[in-house]
Design a protein around this ligand. Sequence first.
Ligand SMILES: Cc1ncc(COP(=O)(O)O)c(C=O)c1O
Length: 379
Amino acid sequence: MIYLDHAATTPISKEAIEAWLKTSEHYFANTESLHEEGEKARQLFYTCKKELARVVNGESEAVYFTGSGSEANLLALESLYKANKYKGNHVITSSIEHPSVLSFFQRLEDQGRDVTYLPVQSDGTILLNTVKNSIRKDTILASIQHVNSEIGVIQPIKEIGQLLRRHRIIFHSDCVQSFGKVPLDLENLPVDTITVSSHKIYGPKGIGAVIMNKDTPWKPVHPLTSHQEGFRHGTIDLPGIAAFTTAAVHIHERMDKQLDSFWTLRKYLLKKLKDSGIHFTVDGGEDVETQLPSILAVSIAGIEGQLMMQRLDRYHIAISTGSACQSGKQDPSRTMVALQKTKQEIHRYFRLSFGKDTTKAQLDELAKRLVEIVQTVAV
Ligand SMILES: Cc1ncc(COP(=O)(O)O)c(C=O)c1O
C-alpha cells in the first residue's frame, strides 16, 4: 500500500504506542486523585504539558488537552469569545477555515454578530491589506488558520498577528496542519491561542490541544467544569496525552530534515509528471515559500478527482479529493470555491500528502499509474 493521505491522518508511531501502553499500565490513576498514584499521574500530566509547550516555545501553564483538533478550535474560540463578547459586535475569519472554525462563526452570525469571511488570492494566501481593511472599531476576535489542509498554503500569521495586536484584537490560529511540519515559536508569534491535533503527527486519534498565551483572558464554556482549570470537562486521558506528547517531541526533533526531504520529494514528483507530458496544475504554487511541501493540490485536465482516487485505489495507492462523497452527495472543496475555480476545475482537484515514510520509489509508482490512468480515461 502506498499511503499518500497524511493530511487526513497519519499512522500511529511505535513510540507513541509504547508511550500509550506504558502510561495505561503504570499511570492509570485519575490525575485529580489525592493519593500517591494520583500524584504520580499528575506529575506525568505536568511533564506532558511542559514538553508540548516546549516544542513550540510556549507556556506550559496554558496548555489544555481536548478530544480532537476540532474540539480544540471550538473550545478555544468559545472561551475567548465569552471573555470578550461585551467589547464589540464584529469578528473576522477566513473563507478557507476548517469546518469546526466555520461552524463557530456561522453560529455567531445566526446570533446577530457581524462576521467578515476574508477572501483569498489566487494562490490561497490572505493579503495583509485585506485583513487591515476588514478591521473595525468594534472588532473583538479573529481566527485565521496557519496551513490549509486542502492546498497546503501557509498564511502570514506573524504579520497578521502583529496587525491585530496593534488593534487589540484577540487572535486564534488553527495550527493543526502546521504543527510539527513548520517551526512555530509562540514567544515570537503574536497569537493568543493555537490548536493542534495528535493524529496528524503520528499520535493517537481523539486527542488535541489548545496552547494559549497565559495572559489572554478566557472564560470556561461550560459552568462547573473542574478539570484543566475549567477549560474542558472530563477525566483526563493521560495515555492519549502521553502518546501525543511523545509523537510531538519526535516529529519536532526531525522537523528541519523532514521539511528538506519533503521539498526534494515534491520537486522529484513534479519533474516526473512534467517529463511524462501530462497537463496538470498545482494549486498554491509548485515551489514557493508560502507552500507546505508535503501537500500537493493537483488537477489534471479531462479527469475528475473522484475518478482518479478510485482508479489509484485499485493499485493500492491512497489519495484524497476535496469532495466528501456521502450518500451520493458531493460537497465541493471549500478552498477551491474560495479560489474561485469553475465547477469543472473544482471536480478535477485531488490531494497528495506525503509522510515520513514516503519514498521516491513510491512516487515513481504513483507517477507511472497516474500517467496510465490519464492515458486511458482522459477525454
Ligand atoms: C486545519 C485543520 N483544522 C482542524 C482539523 C480537525 O482536527 P481533528 O481531526 O483532530 O478534529 C483538521 C483535520 O483535518 C484540519 O486539517
